[in-house]
Design a binder for this molecule. Sequence first.
Ligand code: FAD
Ligand code: NAP
Length: 596
Amino acid sequence: MPPTGKDALRTRVQELVDKNPVMVFSKSYCPYCIQVKELFTSLGKEYVALELDECDDGSSIQEVLHELTGLRTVPSVFVNKTHVGGCDKTLQAHRDGTLQKLLDKDAVTYDYDLIVIGGGSGGLACSKEASSLGKKVMVFDYVVPTPLGTSWGLGGTCVNVGCIPKKLMHQAALLGHSLKDSRKFGWEYDEQVQHNWDTMRQNIQDYIGSLNWGYRVSLRDKNVRYENAYAEFVEPHKIKATNRKGKESFFTAEKFVIATGERPRYLGVPGDKEFCITSDDLFSLSYCPGKTLVVGASYVALECAGFLAGIGLDVTVMVRSIFLRGFDQEMAEKAGAYMESHGVKFIKKFVPTSVEQLEPGMPGRLRVVAKSTESDQIIEGEYNTVLVAVGRDSCTRKIGLEKIGVTLNERNGKIPVNDEEQTNVPSVYAIGDILDGKWELTPVAIKAGRLLARRLYGGANLKCDYINVPTTVFTPLEYGCCGYSEEKAIEVFGKEALEVYHTLFWPLEWTVPGRDNNKCFAKIICNKLDYERVVGFHVLGPNAGEITQGYAAAMKCGLTKEKLDETIGIHPTCAEIFTTMEVTKSSGGDISQKGC
Ligand code: FAD
Ligand code: NAP
């Protein structure tokens, strides 16, 4: 006869304890129960929880547990059939390592504690930190060459084909401008000034080479095993790695971090992959690109168009809709207008439909046909180079995620994670550009990677804060911002809740050369219902990145307009403008600058 009454409950409790490696008897509203469940989640350990408040016989089960363990309260935690205790005892066991030993009792052994796929900004930060915390770590990095065959070394996008060469080429362009200004400051030179692409490219590539080398050395110093191979999942805890020669090897790990980044998207029109380049090719291009068409109007497109024009090339940007989607449009328009006044041509509301090679060469000649997005109008033009900068695709579709059940956002290929960067598969985490709905910026990937390793292996609980992340677009006139755009702030807080302070300004350095007065612009968006807290910070001017970084720290501390007014400026700088802003947008007052 099957047991009845209390006997049946005893059998049920015993079965739950025997069947589940981690069994938590819990109550859904109990904060201590939540704490232990969060602990197991953070350890990547699956657990089964029986919520006694949601069972009809919950109080009887609690009595059985009392009989069995001497513990009346919840949580009551069992690991591999051993009763650990309640919340305090479980946390203590975690601290002194006995919990891990219990968890490992029947555990399979793996080659590594952690395997990181992708040796870019996020992956390198995470793997080095995990190794410093005593874990056995391996990192894979492999660059699939571009359709034109361009490839690069360890370090990911930022170092090789992103932030670093971009900022250095931006600097090359700024120096050109400074050279022109310098005459007004007394510098005299007779020779014709010209720019040499090969010199710039070679010196920048040499510097990048030194960074690639530095990354290899630091991985070795930190005891992280690095393999230059393409990694993909074959089982939940196993990956296949394929090296350049096609040799396959297999490795297992307890946990995985996916940090595979993104690669440029193509247009999908005839001739694009054959004849166009992307930012992945541009920075190491072995010849000067000449007359260039840049397709796209976001970060990458405008930055590249800006420095190419700045070193003296004939540059046209083909814009499908607006500048810098997602950014404050008043600022974006002003950044674009400055580029236009400095020689960049814009073809607005057109998209390319084909690219044809007229003549091969370095550079060759290309014909681009484009159609209007608003009418039937077709136009065509001839260029030496077409740079496609129409966004980037996540490298998540060819890494075997379907084999292990990691959920992707099918629309954009990004990986959704919880606030601890954990995917729906508890042993798999993701960081950096591939995250759904997060920033695609190097410092964000680094911070997320480092904090993840500390939470997994260092007993820390600090999570990556994705709010008020500052960023700068390195257009010829740099645009830095932190917090909400004006459009988004209106959507979130309502127009009536906001006060916008704004002003044009003229950097002192530009006065003597007599250039670009009333082009630089500063704007803050304040929430009147919250002590005029600054919810949006925007600056368009030289060194905008440097300025924004400082004010971003102040925003983290809850910056208000009053605090800005109390702050004494540093004179003469551009940054001081934020300490003296008086004109509100709603007043319609004059914001032009008459002098210093
Ligand atoms: P990545 O740095 O892209 O690293 C991913 C690595 O994984 C790559 O090396 C890739 O080859 C490798 N990989 C992919 N799949 C596999 C696999 N299956 N096996 C092994 N290896 C694999 N950000 C800023 O903050 N400031 C800037 O000024 C800035 N400028 C930029 C300019 C350009 C032109 C571009 C394109 C980007 C720029 N960014 C900038 C963005 C920044 O580069 C990224 O946000 C950052 O590199 C993301 O880091 P990550 O670790 O997510 O990926
Ligand atoms: P993006 O922000 O996704 O912008 C894509 C651009 O291409 C948009 O202007 C878009 O126009 C246009 N576009 C898309 N499809 C097109 C088509 N078929 N024809 C013509 N135009 C098309 O991409 P991104 O500039 O490559 O930047 C990617 C990420 O890298 C950014 O989100 C950023 O975080 C990071 N990044 C950072 C920096 C920095 O920190 N300074 C610099 C570069 C990149 P619509 O607006 O019409 O869609």
